[in-house]
Ligand binder design. Structure first.
Ligand code: HEC
Ligand code: HEC
Length: 320
């Protein structure tokens, strides 16, 4: 009996030791590098419509993270990243050939946006992967990044490298991995179907469902609508001062969601930040000013079709 205990003790001791060595290794070594196998990207000629549309998409999707106080796309500190993951700064993506996106080819830009892998093989855990964004939207963004818009004029600001915590490093070796580069064309949503356009905006483009579902831990990025508690809020996010703020229930539930809102109130709220009751919407819910009325109405039409979920944690009262 004593011997068995002793053996069990050794075994347990060895496991603990191995775990400790593993943890020390993960903590001290850099994040894993990935092979950069960039597929060909078709050459295209950017016209002013593409650039304008790319700029509009960028302002809806990327500005919040990349726009510096200076009004240039020089990158900045991201206060909304939880401390448990470490600290991160977005990158300078002005056209600078050494410090900005000037050192990327179009193909490498598309590859980064789809997979999350930079052209040096580093995976960027703190930037979303745009796996379901349409090929046209990706191309317009690239056309814009190559344009001579003033906010993209070359800047030599270099942002600090991310300081990933042990948790972030552990996640990057387990569940947080690059996404595969799409093997098929990703079409635009149909323009004659408001619900389909709304779904595309909520799931593929503006990532409403990421913040507005109860937890980042069980987001279903392949089938967004299968995310548990889809759009019912209560996800604990961080504001500009890194203080907690909950996302809210935007399903049609009348008690805890936005079931009593009108289309008009909704369109005004997401475009201006002013809602029917309560204070103006706070960071990280920044108004989507560049949305067209048609798009805002499409989001509303789509939200009418998602299941109403009663979820107390997603009630406005919880965000005094
Ligand atoms: C949630 C914040 C966030 C959003 C949204 C975001 N980014 Fe980023 N981006 C980052 C971070 C963080 C990095 C990496 C910085 C680093 O290297 O540590 C980065 C890196 C990049 C780089 C790589 C630059 C380099 O130095 O290698 C490019 C290009 C880029 N982003 C473009 C975009 C575009 C285009 C969009 C919108 C479609 C976008 N980003 C949306 C946070 C974000
Ligand atoms: C970065 C995270 C984030 C993203 C992305 C986001 N939201 Fe929000 N949203 C929030 C937070 C946090 C609040 C709560 C703000 C407050 O109470 O001041 C909020 C509040 C709201 C509200 C107000 C609800 C109420 O009861 O007052 C609506 C409506 C809303 N969001 C819709 C959307 C839509 C539609 C999208 C996509 C187009 C979206 N949000 C994208 C985080 C986000």
């Amino acid at each position: 009996m004593k011997k068995a205990l002793k053996i069990a003790g050794y075994v347990l001791g060895s496991i603990v030791l191995l775990l400790a060595i593993g943890a020390a290794y993960i903590n001290s070594s850099p994040l894993p590098k990935y092979e950069v196998v960039v597929p060909d990207y078709p050459a295209f000629k950017a016209d002013s419509t593409m650039i304008a549309e790319g700029r509009r998409t960028f302002s809806l999707v990327c500005n919040n993270c990349h726009m510096a106080q200076s009004g240039k796309l020089e990158g900045k500190y991201l206060p909304e990243i939880p401390a448990m993951f470490g600290k991160a700064w977005s990158a300078n993506i002005t056209s600078h050939a050494k410090y900005g996106s000037g050192r990327y080819t179009n193909a490498e830009l598309a590859y980064l946006l789809r997979t999350g892998i930079q052209n040096d093989g580093d995976f960027v855990p703190f930037m979303p992967q745009f796996t379901q964004l349409s090929d046209t939207d990706i191309q317009n963004i690239i056309a814009y990044l190559r344009s001579d818009a003033p906010e993209l004029a070359p800047s030599d600001v270099a942002q600090p490298a991310a300081q990933s915590s042990f948790v972030a490093k552990l996640l990057c070796r387990t569940v947080m991995k690059p996404k595969p580069y799409p093997t098929q064309a990703i079409p635009d949503p149909p323009t004659d179907n408001a619900v389909a356009l709304g779904k595309y905006l909520v799931t593929a483009k503006l990532d409403c469902y990421g913040c507005h579902s109860p937890s980042f831990m069980n987001i279903n990025s392949e089938f967004p609508e299968k995310t548990p508690g889809y759009l019912s809020g209560g996800n604990e996010l961080l504001d500009e001062e890194s203080k907690p703020i909950l996302s809210l229930n935007i399903t049609p539930d009348k008690e805890t969601g936005i079931g009593n809102w009108t289309e008009e109130q909704f369109v005004k709220a997401i475009k201006t930040g002013i809602r029917p009751q309560g204070p103006a919407m706070r960071f990280p819910m920044t108004p989507f000013t560049a949305l067209t009325d048609e798009e805002a109405k499409a989001i509303w039409a789509y939200l009418q079709t998602v299941p109403a979920i009663k979820h107390e944690e997603g009630k406005l009262d919880n965000n005094p």
